[in-house]
Design a protein around this ligand. Structure first.
Ligand code: ADP
Ligand code: ADP
Length: 231
């Protein structure tokens, strides 16, 4: 499970703009699709529609997961099936532990700690004096962008969804943080169907399929090798 299909999807936020215009593609089970293209091309809209931030109306095409129209699936089961790691994670003003465990209600401390370690959090966050029991926000714990992203990664690892939506950070992280997070993200993408708004060359090169979006349409589609051969 985890196969995604966009079938002739068109979408507008308002009367003036067409965010997506007749977009069709498939994410085969356990593969990674990289969304690339200039700003405003429709990349975020693809992710928002799949997560049902917005619903497609009649005549706007269909989005299917494992052959089922997502409009016929309950929000709860959709959210269980999809993990999201946004560019800028917003955390609850509670402990880091709670923020990780929120992905899967009733997780044990051991499960949370294992997820934190897999998200490469052992060095900075689990190593805080009070450990990850530390309150985010209020008691002087200010997490950096990279640390927040690790919390989001750990949360998703714990939830273990078959589908992953990822918006790669464009913000400048220092090189070692960037490498740690990249490793954690690679780990997260293993054995899942992933749709990634890709900014890093390494992510684009390692994706199974690259979709180039421009003005709401797919203007190129193929493996890295195929797209290079076309140039
Ligand atoms: P990308 O992620 O590739 O930068 P988006 O999917 O964010 O592109 O945007 C596609 C189009 O939809 C753009 O023309 C953008 O201005 C428009 N758009 C995006 N979000 C909204 C919104 N919330 N309200 C109105 N228009 C939007
Ligand atoms: P980007 O991926 O371009 O950084 P964001 O995801 O931060 O964009 O949000 C851009 C626009 O998408 C917002 O202005 C808003 O209109 C819409 N949006 C984002 N999150 C939500 C949400 N939870 N509910 C409704 N609209 C949202």
């Amino acid at each position: 499970n985890g196969e995604i299909e966009f079938d002739n999807v068109s979408f507008s936020y308002d009367d003036r703009t067409t965010a997506l215009n007749g977009v069709s593609f498939k994410v085969p089970k356990n593969s990674t699709v990289a969304l690339v293209g200039e700003s405003g091309g429709g990349k975020s809209t693809v992710l928002r529609l799949l997560y049902r931030f917005y619903d497609l109306g009649p005549g706007q095409g269909r989005i299917l997961i494992d052959g089922k129209d997502i409009r016929s699936v309950t929000q709860k089961s959709l959210r269980n099936a999809i993990g999201v790691v946004p560019q800028d994670s917003v955390l609850f003003n509670t402990s880091i532990k709670y923020n990780i465990g929120y992905g899967k209600f009733g997780s044990s401390d051991e499960e949370i700690e294992a997820a934190a370690k897999s998200a490469q959090m052992h060095d900075r966050i689990v190593g805080f004096p009070q450990g990850y029991e530390t309150i985010v926000g209020e008691r002087g714990v200010r997490l950096s962008g990279g640390e927040k992203q690790r919390v989001a990664i750990a949360r998703t690892l714990l939830k273990n969804p078959p589908i992953l939506l990822l918006d790669e950070a464009t913000s400048a992280l220092d090189t070692s943080t960037e490498r740690d997070i990249q490793n954690a993200l690679q780990h997260l993408m293993l054995d899942r169907s992933s749709l990634v708004i890709a900014h890093r060359l390494s992510t684009i090169a390692s994706a199974d399929i690259i979709l180039v979006l421009k003005d709401g349409q797919i203007i190129e589609q193929g493996s890295h090798k195929e797209l290079i051969a076309k140039d």
